[in-house]
Design a protein around this ligand. Structure first.
Ligand code: PMP
Length: 361
């Protein structure tokens, strides 16, 4: 295997993964742990895969300090799948309030409308005290990190009306701790901070299980999946295996005198601060998100002269800075700074930004 540095990959997802994890996956591809099998070839009900999923779950529970009253489910269907699966399980055919802070929560509201009476609690990033909330809603939905818009809740809303909060945390899951006291259910696709696409993580309070609508597919009924320890149907075994290796990588991660998730969060704060400072300090680029809700994970930015966009992307690629093109609905650029992006990657991006500006500004 070559020892030369791989390019830095700023994709919003599927996204960059820790290199030691990729190397371990490669090394174990033909024979996992002396079993004579690739993880892809194992029965999900065998003892080998049983050990893999059990360890992945307990490591994840420890990393995120998930309380005992939450079940952790390994599912399929992605974030968009959960937009239907959540109302089918928790909506009870009644009312659902959704804070629309960007593209992903807008999609969640639209999908939930097929199964529930949906009210938009807020449009844009509005303080929770001003949200329109109904006391008899089944739950309140928020997207805690809007991947496209680059908006993040740095503190989860504290609901005081006794209605559970559902968070779509797809794009910042495992980048920082979660305040579980404020959460009823959290879901996220794995393909940003956790592993390959195909795995969806769900954290759900026990007390919310068992109220699914009749029309809910059995494989997407949280109570059924929980009762079968995520083995009601075949789970995405290979993706769970890779995710488990990522959890071990996070556990051993060290930065600035810290270890584990605290170290990951510290580095994420530093990476984001470095990039925002570079953007704000330039008259050539801009990020349009108010400072209070800027995402640490996804940083959309624009060149003031948009005719330079193609040139910017081509030169970035030539400098080993990949997948910086913004989402098609927004345009411009977007740098995603997930856990596996090293500080050196952001430093390389910042020096490229400055160099490009010096040549074209
Ligand atoms: N929610 C958020 C916040 C996302 O970032 C994404 C994917 N980018 C989704 C939902 C949809 O996820 P999937 O494509 O896995 O269905």
């Amino acid at each position: 295997m070559t020892s030369s540095r791989r390019p830095f990959n700023f994709s919003a997802g599927p996204a960059t993964l820790p290199e030691p994890v990729l190397r371990q996956v490669a090394a174990e591809m033909l024979d996992w742990g002396g079993s004579g099998m690739s993880v892809m070839e194992m029965s999900h009900r065998g003892k080998e895969f049983g050990a893999i999923i059990e360890r992945a779950e307990s490591d994840l529970r420890e990393l995120l300090a998930v309380p005992a009253e939450f079940r952790i489910l390994f599912m399929q269907g992605g974030g968009l799948g959960e937009n239907a699966i959540v109302p089918l399980n928790l909506g009870r055919g009644g009312k659902v309030d959704v804070a629309v802070t960007g593209a992903w929560s807008r999609k969640s509201a639209a999908e939930a409308r097929r199964y529930a009476d949906v009210q938009v609690a807020a449009e844009g990033f509005v303080p929770v005290g001003q949200w329109r909330l109904r006391d008899d809603a089944a739950y309140v939905h928020v997207c805690s990190n809007e991947t496209i818009d680059g908006i993040e809740f740095h503190e989860l809303p504290q609901l005081t009306h006794g209605v559970p909060l559902v968070i779509d945390c797809s794009s910042h899951l495992l980048s920082r701790p979660i305040d579980w006291r404020r959460v009823g259910l959290a879901f996220g696709g794995a393909q940003k901070n956790i592993g390959p696409a195909g795995l969806t993580l769900v954290f759900v309070r026990d007390e919310l299980l068992g109220h699914a609508l009749d029309i809910c597919p059995s494989a997407f009924n949280y109570a059924t999946v929980a009762a079968a320890q995520s083995m009601y149907n075949t789970p995405p075994t290979f993706a769970i295996y890779v995710a488990g290796l990522v959890f071990q990588w996070v556990q051993g991660f060290e930065y600035a005198g810290q270890r584990g998730l605290a170290a990951i969060e510290r580095r994420n704060i530093d990476k984001a601060a470095l990039l925002y400072a570079a953007l704000d300090g330039s008259g050539f680029y801009e990020n349009r998100v108010p400072a209070a809700c800027r995402s640490r994970m996804n940083v959309p930015f624009f060149l003031k002269d948009e005719t330079l966009n193609e040139r910017f992307l081509a030169e970035a690629r030539a400098h080993g800075l990949l997948q910086l093109k913004g989402h098609k609905s927004v345009g411009g650029m977007r740098a995603s700074l997930y856990n596996a992006m090293p500080l050196e990657g952001v430093q390389a991006l910042v020096s490229f930004l400055q160099d490009f500006e010096a040549r074209h500004g």
